[in-house]
Design a protein around this ligand. Structure first.
Ligand code: GTQ
Length: 344
């Protein structure tokens, strides 16, 4: 009921205070349900790859800085974001190219999609990028990429730049040279942090994972093993979350990341949570229904599931699917909620 209709004096009051930049809370429409402008959407590799290759003909990494196509949510035109809280891009780098060193306040993750021979250097340490690898670029760390191989390399970038923009706290700067000096050997962070062992002096600040790369070979092995030995989750199949080895928490204060395996023939129950999640198909074929919209997917397709939408998977073949979301931030703030399969 409108209070304003009930009382002309009240209506006049509401009107009169607007010029003082005051507004009556009681006239606001309050929703009892979460809502987001983010719409479910899929970007198919068969559509994206040709555009990446065209971009390679038109612009080099010298001019582009990063040759990235942003995946902008079709319901959020002009935003640059795939969802209100997260950024997704696909980046391609050709043999011989360098994407020069810079740093910025947003955290970044990479999920390698295609090709071998590229490296990323983060805080003085280089790692080669292989398909299926999950790579951590902590905020404010210098990072540059290069391709020393023979074929184009493509990966997905996930950034929490929506957060820094929201807070008005985005800074960035270029390194004076194209590439940063390396002061650690390749594999150093893996040796120090990648085997459930920690350097005895290491003090975790808790913010971002000290492990630079989570290689696909090991992730895949873990999933294959657990598929045989552990019960399947009715909605998620076998789903692992990437952990900061020093804390057991998510790899970033804002973003959580996951890899899941759905056995061939899997028909998942719908599940729902407040996380805004981006999925990237590493292997397999199937379909996903997000808020009633069904999308067929295959390798390297990327799709977004908005907060509080039902998500249900079907796997035609065995599927391995990477995802990342804003769940770490939501958990830290106490906002995260989920409904398990069959609930609600
Ligand atoms: O590779 O450093 O997609 O700085 C957006 C911003 C990638 C990167 C993106 C970036 C990068």
């Amino acid at each position: 009921m409108s209070n304003a209709a009930a009382s002309p004096e009240l209506a006049a009051f509401s009107q009169s205070i607007r010029e003082r930049s005051l507004n009556p809370l009681w006239e606001r429409n309050v929703s009892q349900q979460p809502g987001t402008p983010c719409a479910p959407h899929i970007w198919r590799w068969s559509d994206v790859e040709p555009e990446l290759l065209k971009a390679c003909k038109l612009i080099g990494t010298k001019d582009a800085d990063r040759r990235v196509l942003m995946l902008e949510n079709p319901a959020m035109k002009g935003s640059s974001f795939i969802a209100q809280t997260i950024f997704t891009g696909v980046q391609i780098i050709l043999p011989g190219e360098v994407a020069s060193a810079h740093r910025h306040t947003p955290n970044a993750l990479r999920f390698v999609m295609k090709g071998e021979g590229a490296y990323t250097a983060v805080s003085g340490e280089r790692t080669m990028m292989r398909p299926g690898d999950f790579i951590v670029t902590p905020n404010w760390s210098w990072h540059d990429h290069g391709n020393i191989g023979k074929e184009p390399v493509v990966w997905m970038d996930g950034l929490d730049s929506a957060f820094t923009r929201f807070f008005g706290a985005t800074f960035r700067e270029d390194y004076p040279q194209d590439t940063q000096p390396l002061h650690r050997g390749e594999g150093d962070s893996t040796a120090a942090f990648g085997s459930a062992l920690l350097p005895v002096e290491f003090k975790a600040d808790g913010a971002v994972s000290p492990l630079l790369v989570y290689p696909y070979a090991r992730t895949r092995q873990a999933l294959t093993h657990l598929q045989k030995s552990a019960p399947l989750h009715p909605a998620h199949g076998v789903k692992l979350r990437y952990a900061n080895p020093a804390t057991g928490k998510h790899p970033f204060p804002t973003m959580a990341a996951f890899m899941q395996l759905l056995p061939a023939g899997f028909e998942g129950k719908p599940s729902r949570s407040t996380e805004n999640a981006v999925f990237n198909v590493a292997e397999g074929e199937g379909s996903v229904t997000i808020a009633g919209q069904r999308f067929e997917f295959g390798p390297r397709d990327i799709f977004v599931a908005p907060s509080w939408s039902d998500v249900a998977f079907k796997a035609r073949r065995e599927c391995v699917i990477f995802s990342y979301s804003d769940r770490a931030a939501q958990e830290a703030m106490g906002f995260f909620r989920e409904m398990g399969a069959g609930e609600g």
